[in-house]
Design a protein around this ligand. Sequence first.
Ligand code: NZQ
Ligand code: ZN
Length: 393
Amino acid sequence: MSELSYYYTPTKVVFGKAAEHQVGTELEKLGVKKVLLHYGGNSAKKSGLLDRVKASLSENGIQSVELGGVVPNPRLSLVYEGIELVKKEALDFILAVGGGSVIDSAKAIGYGVANDGDVWELYQSKRRATACLPIGTVLTIAAAGSEMSTGSVITKEEGWEKRAYDDDLGRPAVSFLNPELLKTLPWYQTAAGSADILMHTMERYFNQSTNMALTDGLSETILRTVMEQTMIVKEDPQNYEALAELMWASSISHNGLTGFGTDGGDWATHMLEHELSGIFDVTHGAGLAAIWGSWARYVYQNRLDRFVKFAVNVMGVTPEQTDDQTAIAGIEKMEAYYRSIDMPVSVSEMDVQLTVDQITEMADKCTEAAGGTIGVVKPLGRDDMIEIYQAAR
Ligand code: NZQ
Ligand code: ZN
């Protein structure tokens, strides 16, 4: 196990049917007076969720100001607008009603309000935040894990740069998780969300350190559970129990638990995907599924033991004659699973035909953002990235 491991999850979770009715009570306990109600396109309005949240707030004497319009792969321009609005209205809390995109935008606004200077500099790794306005979430999709995570991923329209900033300061104070809210999701979003949950677990599972049996066991259970429950939702989209499993998996796969006692994991697939969704605006989870197999084939020999363990314990592969064969069988089975939930296993399946110039541009941007190599299983430089993008075409 690594020398030092930190586990810090300050987020209070309110989980279950009608969880959003507790918003007012919980925010009142936090001393909140006036919130920014941040949301995306139309889904939260159409389902009546936004009205229920507003009612709960006003029942507890909490005022709110609205800012909708967050798009998937959330944009920096709206973040700037939110910062101005929060300052002008003297708001003391940001409540994100939506998915990872809305939550990440909320975190960025929170940093922008609480720190001087251009908030984008945090995402450029030029400086660290010293504070963040408190954030709460009413989650509507099981996917990014932003409801408990340190992460916030924002896209700057100029240059289509998609960059992440990770900080404990951005972890939400409270998250309301009502699995019923997942019932209005289109199947593609549910499946992409599951791919993201799987990947948050796998990015940590494939590392270059020693591992604790307990962490491995938790991770393997999360992976098997998410795969099983997603298939149930595919057949029966209104299945509350299955949706509840996915919603909780979203949170615990990305709150740090599955990286405990390790070096933190690889994360190269995520970094390669962020370039892809930054430029082509594809759905993040689908982009991960499209790249993962190509990444895995490129690096697996550097951590053969982990790939064999994954194949046997997670994918149910019967050990083959050689470890190499077993590892490859596990990767192939994972890709077959992605196909079975209608996720792409190549970039062209997302209607993006990558040119050589675009691949070079992504590899250049990724190298620059990382300040060198990405990943730990096999540290990947610019040429390695190009090879993986080529293979994933
Ligand atoms: O905008 P609306 O109308 O709400 O529609 C959304 C959006 O089009 C829709 N949706 C959400 N909940 C719904 C619903 N439609 C019907 N019923 C519901 N209950 O789903 C679409 C996708 O929403 P989005 O918030 O983009 O999804 P997700 O949670 O997958 O977030 C993706 C973003 O999170 C980032 C990704 O890169 C991407 O930008 N990530 C954030 C992380 C973090 N903060 O820790 C980690 C991840 O690795 C990831 O990078
Ligand atoms: Zn992700």
